[in-house]
Design a protein around this ligand. Structure first.
Ligand code: FE2
Length: 301
């Protein structure tokens, strides 16, 4: 098992005995050797958290969790976010789709909930029914995207902040103002979320800078003329399209995927050729801290 960059082997054992197999050099790992239907010990939880920090997104096959187990897995990472769609399961966001009505949250790169002041740190998706064909999810490392930027561009964006909103997605996706079609939310709900974040965010656990703008939530760079802002955002979000930064997951029934919204973006491929049913729980995060704020703190010390 040779070292393949970042100090970790392609496949390795964690202290609690999980097997972690990396999927691409920049992103992703599959974890085996654990039954998530059973209570998760502190040691196993700690190893899963570490694998998520190290690889940005982790996958488990054959984990037919119920609601209580899905919730227990979320609590390994922190306090679950309440969605409020289902009265009996308030933390669950259900996404049911098929060939005629593809995933409404699909077809664009984003990280979840950046229109909140404090965006969710982690999302945990449980696949109850995978599409017979299609409906994959792609993931891209926002840390790798940032690392690949030219130095001059890194210097330019270091002090910048950007506004993100839920309503911006309607513009990008061509929905009208009264549309309630985006993940079932009504107009008022859609307008509820609005937040400002640094363009370059420091990951609170790795300490690495990540590019923290996305093509559907990030509306404008603060203090920049609209045309200049739009051009810069386009040039930044386009960099997530490089295949070297990405991986792609083909779902099977009872897969679990956990991704770190603070360092990866995802893209649900809206081409499911048949019924698909997945359910998501998000875990609350911490306020975003920008690269320039970190540098200022270091200078002051
Ligand atoms: Fe998403």
């Amino acid at each position: 098992m040779s070292d393949a960059g970042n100090g970790l082997s392609v496949s390795y054992q964690t202290p609690s005995g999980l097997t972690v197999k990396r999927l691409q050099p920049e992103i992703g790992a599959e974890i085996t050797g654990v039954d998530l239907c059973e209570p998760i010990s502190g040691d196993v939880g700690s190893d899963i958290r570490q694998a998520l920090v190290d690889h940005g997104v982790v996958f488990f096959r054959r984990q037919p969790l119920g609601y209580a187990q899905h919730l227990a897995l979320a609590r390994v990472f922190g306090e679950p976010h309440v969605e409020g769609f289902l009265p009996d399961r308030p933390e669950i966001m259900p996404l049911v789709s098929d060939a005629a009505n593809t995933n409404p949250a699909g077809g664009h790169w984003h990280s979840d909930g950046t229109y909140y002041d404090v965006a969710p740190a982690v999302s945990i998706l449980l696949c109850h029914q995978a599409a017979e064909l299609g409906g994959d999810t792609c993931f891209a490392s926002a840390a790798a995207v940032y690392a690949g930027l030219p130095d001059e561009l890194k210097r330019q964006i270091a002090p910048l902040r950007a506004r993100a909103s839920m309503s911006h997605i309607r513009t990008v996706k061509g929905l009208d103002d009264d549309s309630a079609t985006y993940i079932g939310r009504t107009g008022d709900d859609v307008d509820r979320g609005w937040a400002e974040h640094p363009v370059v965010r420091i990951h609170p656990e790795t300490g690495k800078p990540v590019l923290y703008v996305n093509e559907v939530h990030t509306q404008e760079i603060v203090g920049m003329e609209p045309e200049e802002s739009a051009a810069l955002l386009q040039s930044l979000t386009d960099r997530f399209l490089r295949a070297e930064y990405q991986m792609r997951w083909s779902w099977r029934d009872h897969d679990i995927t956990i991704w770190d919204n603070r360092q990866v973006q995802h893209y649900a491929v809206a081409n499911e050729a048949g019924p698909r049913h997945v359910e998501r729980i998000m875990v609350q995060g911490t306020p975003s801290v920008g690269l320039n704020e970190t540098l200022a703190m270091e200078t002051a010390e």
